[in-house]
Design a protein around this ligand. Structure first.
Ligand code: NAD
Length: 489
């Protein structure tokens, strides 16, 4: 029986609301639950709870050692519930359970441990150049954070937002994606046992345009952080801008994966496969535009396509499954709409391109690879967000950089070469917030993760989150009594 969590406010579960959202298992299209949406009054109550807990100050004034201990207990509770969370998340998203269990849930627990460690080392600044004064700069928590998260990795991304906001003493209200609310709602519900004061972490479920918009606009919210699609990011920035609320938006990508002719061939093939087919291809950081140098292109394409054809597609609960169903029928139709039709110009379907015919039900799409003759093709410019790679062949390094940068996105990029000088040149030339060299998807939580161009504004990561979730306060004190000019004497 699935818990019905419309909202979690002050530790209380609310299971009533309006306009129920059908939450579906994409592996067999069955309805898991009809989840009532949090109405306006519930959203306002959640913000009021966060506001009250922040203003009363039990959490932000707590000794850092104690706050660290609570954050570490959050991580331990997630570890202890890992199997249950994996089951729920798998049923709701279709992501292979093994990937959820071994990646997302470890990451969710790590997010809390990382920020627990981080706050133990936070420092302010001191200016003492002026011999008569000391000026120091402190960081204070910013208040109540509205956290809006997407469906593609709810546990990892939702927990990152919670951990990074509350670690610095803030209170928060999370609104997960209405497509995949179940796992992250359960995760938030188990945090109740960690010793967080009431009202520090709250959650509301509902659709973006109703519940999400209400949350952002509530005057009790001080900052907004959003991860999701670029069009939604623009709406959120506009709303936050009108209200003068600081906002970070982490958005989509169409990341270039450049394979130079001196790459370690096996590693490049393995890395390219992982870069596009992990998480059912539904990753902002997918290496979805594969650029391969002409000298090795035939051999690479042959190996890449052959391996993609052998990827095991199936029941996401099966430990052997490498690709499960996409998140919904609607999203499956979106992905399939990019498959070039018969006689399409400039795009050649090398494998896949259909709903996997061996399944009667569910949202299964075959790993799909399209070779494009130009970066201007639709498959090279738009975020498809599925197991769908666009391949291009280039001749010179200059051409590779030109193609890589000819995109409105700039989230991550991948470079494969055994020549360190080439790697160093590439990391400078590529317009993207993250460059992975000879490795796929190595997330260093200490370092910023954020995109250039239409891939976002702001970043996650240790110092980046500290800057966003705190305000600086400058305090000046004379070192000894000072002679003040006397007015009116
Ligand atoms: P989405 O933009 O449709 O929705 C994201 C969230 O925003 C959901 O919770 C939704 O309910 C909410 N929302 C929608 N409209 C809103 C509004 N007007 N006001 C407030 N909230 C609103 O994105 P999605 O389809 O859930 O996620 C997929 C997208 O997320 C992809 O583009 C992917 O690249 C991106 N993504 C980016 C990163 C990153 O770190 N850059 C990470 C993961 C996913």
């Amino acid at each position: 029986m699935t818990d019905i969590i419309t909202a979690l406010i002050d530790g209380e579960t609310i299971s009533a609301g309006e306009a129920p959202i059908p939450v579906v298992n994409p592996a067999d299209d069955t309805l898991i639950v009809e989840l009532p949406e949090a109405d306006d009054a519930t959203v306002d109550r959640a913000v009021a709870a966060a506001r009250r807990s922040f203003d009363e100050g039990a959490w932000r004034a707590m000794a850092v050692e104690k706050r660290q201990a609570v954050l570490r207990r959050c991580a331990d509770l997630i570890d202890a519930a890992a199997d249950m969370l994996a089951d729920i998340e798998c049923a709701n998203t279709g992501i292979p359970r093994a990937q959820i269990r071994n990646r997302s849930i470890l990451r969710a627990a790590d997010n809390f441990r990382f920020f627990a460690d981080y706050i133990g080392q936070s420092v302010g600044a001191l200016y003492e150049q002026n011999p008569d004064y000391l000026t120091f700069v402190r960081r204070e928590p910013v208040g109540v954070a509205a956290l809006i998260s997407p469906w593609n990795s709810p546990l990892a991304l939702g927990s990152m937002k919670i951990a990074s906001s509350i670690a610095f003493g803030n209170s928060c209200v999370l609104k997960p994606s209405e497509q995949a609310p179940l796992g992250i709602s359960k995760l938030v519900s188990i945090l109740g046992e960690a010793g967080l004061p009431e009202g520090v972490v709250n959650l509301v479920n509902g659709r973006g345009a109703s519940t999400g918009d209400r949350l952002i606009r509530n005057p009790g919210v001080d900052v907004v952080t959003f991860t999701g699609g670029t069009p939604t990011g623009r709406v959120i920035m506009r709303t936050a801008g009108e209200l003068l609320k600081p906002a970070t938006v982490e958005l989509g990508g169409k990341s270039a994966n450049i394979i130079f002719d001196d790459a370690d061939f096996e590693q490049a093939v393995d890395g390219a496969l992982l870069g596009i087919f992990t998480n059912n291809g539904q990753q902002c950081l997918a290496g979805s535009r594969i650029l391969v140098q002409r000298g090795i292109a035939d051999r690479f394409i042959e190996a890449f396509v052959e391996r993609a054809r052998k990827i095991r597609i199936g029941d996401p609960l099966d430990a052997a499954t490498e690709i499960g169903p996409l998140v919904s029928q609607r999203h499956m139709q979106h992905v399939l709409s990019f498959v070039p039709g018969a006689g399409a110009e400039g795009e050649t379907l090398l494998t896949g391109g259909r709903r996997a015919p061996q399944f009667d039900r569910g949202c299964y799409v075959e790993p799909t690879i399209v070779r494009a003759d130009s970066n201007d093709r639709r498959v090279c410019q738009e975020e498809i967000f599925g197991p769908f790679a666009a391949l291009m062949v280039f001749d010179t390094d200059e051409e590779a950089y030109r193609i890589a940068n000819a995109s409105r996105f700039g989230l991550v990029s991948y470079v494969w070469s055994q020549n360190i000088a080439r790697i160093m040149e590439a990391q400078e030339r590529i317009e993207a917030g993250i460059v992975w060299c000879n490795t796929p998807m190595m997330r260093e939580l200490r370092a910023p993760f954020g995109g250039y161009k239409d891939s976002g504004v702001g970043a996650d990561g240790g110092a980046a989150c500290e800057a966003f979730y705190t305000r600086q306060k400058t305090v000046t004190i004379p070192r000894r009594p000072i002679a003040l000019r006397k007015l009116g004497v």
